[in-house]
Every structure is written in C-alpha cells, then in structure tokens.
Design a protein around this ligand. Sequence first.
Ligand code: GDP
Ligand code: ZN
Length: 482
Amino acid sequence: MTLRSHEPIIAIATAPGRGGIGVVRISGGNLEPLLARLFKAPLTPRHAHYLPFNDEDGKAMDAGIALFFKGPQSYTGEDVLELQGHGGPAVLRRVLERCIEAGKELGLRHAEPGEFTQRAFLNERLDLAQAEAVADLIDASSEAAARSAMASLSGAFSARVNALSERIVRLRMLVEATLDFPEEEIDFLEKYQARSALEEIQGDLAALTAQARQGMILREGLHVVLAGQPNVGKSSLLNALAGDDIAIVTPVAGTTRDKVIQQIHIQGVPLHIVDTAGLRDTDDTVESIGIARTWAEIEKASVIIHLQDARAQTDELDTAITRRLPARTPVLEVFNKIDLLDAAQQAKFLAGTPREPAAATGAASGATSGKVDAHAQTGLALGISAKTGAGLDILRQKLLDIAGWSPSAESPWLARERHLHALNSAGEHLALAAEHASQNDRVLDLFAEELRLAHEDLCAITGQFTGDDLLGEIFSSFCIGK
Ligand code: GDP
Ligand code: ZN
C-alpha cells in the first residue's frame, strides 16, 4: 500500500445524503494540471475562490468555493483541492465524475477509506496514534470521548510516548557503548545509575499505561450484561439507566428481533448493554441467531448485572443463570423493586447489606462456589428500584468503578487496545531488563536487548517501523474521504 501513493485520489468527504454543503476532496503529488483543466484562472493557494463548477461543455453544474492547498502545506502533505458545493448526492456525484474525467491522464481515482489520512501519515504530517485519533474523533459517541480524541489528535499522547521512548534509547545507548568495553561492564550500572534511571522509566510507563486504560474505556466502552429471570425488571432497568441520555438507546444494527444491545452513557463512558431477554431455548432460526449473538456479547462482558426481584428467594433458575455466565467476569448482584419492600428492608438494601438469607448461599453447591467468590470480589448486593430510581446512582458508580474508570484522573487521550497492548508489552520488557540488571552475574547484553524491545513496542504506537498489514487494517476502518 505504501508506494503507489502518488496517484491522485478523490472522494466526497461529507456524509452521504442531503446537506447544506457537500465537499469533494482531491489529493495528489501535483494537481496543477488538473486545476488548469477545471478552472479558467489559476487558484491562489489557501484562498477561497467562489466559482462555477463547470462541466466538460463549460456549463455550470454547481457554484461554490474552491480551496487549493499546495503540498506540503496541506492535510495530506500533497497538493489538495477541496470543492465545496451544494450538499446533494446528485450534484456532488456530477462534480466528482467531472473531476475524474478531467484527471484521467493524471490517473485520478476514487480514494479508499482513510486514504487521505494514510497519506498524511506516510508524509509525516501525523503519526499513527494521531491518525487513529482522526477516526476516533469522527466516531466519538460522547463529548468526553470527542475531547479525548482531540487530545490524542493534537499529539498529547504521542508526546508522552515519544518522551519515554527517548529515555529508553538514551539508556540503551549507554549500555551499548559499554558493551564495547567489557572491562567497564561491572561499573556501568553504578556509574550511570542505570538502575534508578530504569526504575523511573518504569514508573512513568506505568502511569502512562493507567491513563491509556482510561482512554481505552472511553473509546471502546464497557460491555455490560443484564442477566436475570423474566419480569425481574431488566428492560425497566435499561430504560432507567438510559434516563435522560438523549443520544442513546440506539439499537445496534441487525435483524429487528435482534435488539439485544443498546448503548448508553454514564459520565461520558459508553456502555454497551446486552439484555439477555433472548436467552431462551428456541426452535425459531431468526431468534436463535439473536441468541448466539447474545452469548457472543456475554463472552465480551466487562461486568455482569445479575438482576433479581428483591422480594423473591434466590432459586435454582438464578443459580443456573449464574453458572452459565463466564467465571472470569465480575458479577454485580442487584435486587430490583425495593420500592415494594417496607422501609426498614429498603434502607438495608440501599446500604448495600445483602438481604437475608444471604443471596450467595441458598442452593449454592460446590459447583457454584467459583461464582460465589466472584461475587465476593465485587462485594456487592445492591438494592435498587428501576421504578423510583432508588439506588441507581450507586449502581452507575459501581459499574464505572469495576471497570476501573476514574473520572478524576487527568483527562486522558483516547487509546486503543493496540496501544494498551504495546504499553503492557513494553512494561514487561522493562521488568525483564530490571531483572537482568539486578543479577549478580550482570548480563548487559540481555539488559540492552530488553530495552530495545521495549523501545520497539513504543514505536509501534506512533507508527515508526509499522508493518503494511497493520497500516492497512487501521486505515481501512476509516470512512471514505477522510
Ligand atoms: P424483564 O422481563 O426482566 O425485562 O422485566 P420488565 O422490565 O419487563 O419488568 C417486569 C415488570 O416489573 C413490569 O411490569 C415492570 O413495570 C415491573 N417493574 C420493573 N421494575 C420495577 C420496580 O423497580 N418496581 C416495581 N414496583 N415494579 C417494577
Ligand atoms: Zn425485558
């Protein structure tokens, strides 16, 4: 993908459909011959020209603003032409076709998804983490996510990664220089205080990783599963949580019966909530597809809410539900409809005291003891009322806590799983380096090698030495025209 990148590309950059304005965007190594064919007079770079957009016969198809950016002073680093016309699909398509016709000799072709941004990356206008932030900003589902995407786009995250990288490289250079003088090896660690330098780097990497985790939660959201028997109030709870989150309760695209996942936000954190309503045995094919999907979602769950009726006893069905859920996932035991209890019982539930007899006992046998432990981990038997809203704030907070979300943390950049993976891997290599450094029989070349690997991990985040297949994967998920 890397090197055929100089033929010019074109796309409609605005969203499909009708709009006040629509933008056709072109990028290429040299667009001047194309400009000469499209317009009577030359365009001054970075000036807005109000012009007719003419067809082959000189008849106006539209009139609008033409903006020309001479490379490298442009988004892609190449020549860029933007035509801002009226935002109707037919008129934009005509303008696009006309440009393709006029640019035939230059090899002008339709852009692939993300190809403009990919060129910006290849021409070093952006690093890879920033390029990803472009897509994340467009896809941001909450204001908090958008703010963080913008922080990444402006390079805040990359700057931190680069600063750490440089410190690792500096340390590594010292080691490697020493390696050439074996008689000095012994002194090296003391002489350069290498161990404390490494410890500091490790500490800063850990802090960066913690923030990246926040950024990832903000980007990917949390997968929450609502499990429980019929009529305990799962749908009511989902609606109550959605509350005044106006932009939400968006059914995920799929079959109409497949409305099992809905997205809501808590403090700007997206939550993908799976209602397990569909979890029945069924012979209906369409429905069983929905059920398979539900289970696939449950496998991804970050938290499970096991909802029960506060008035009822935990019975075999609840135990069966619990048993079927993945054991590694934290479970919140939530008891709904406390508005139907007397005041004393309500108070007990709101204080987080498990009802009596204790929820986790009941039919608990050896087979479920794993789950009982998992419950103990979250330490919660929470009472709520989906109807009155009692206890819901505590529930919201618990959901975020379990996911490790801390809104008080410094506003993070948006991060991807890929970034977190690289940071974790770098951390592991630094830990190995520290191990080598602390051995009596100090193995400096191994120490250096671990530093090199940690450095490589960090470079993968910003896209130095990144393989073509990863680049292809990243940019192909963009929308066309970006
Ligand atoms: P689901 O089958 O688990 O999704 O349960 P629904 O959300 O459909 O609720 C079943 C019934 O319980 C409905 O009649 C709800 O109005 C009622 N319900 C749900 N939550 C509460 C609650 O907190 N208090 C009371 N009093 N009724 C509730
Ligand atoms: Zn329901």
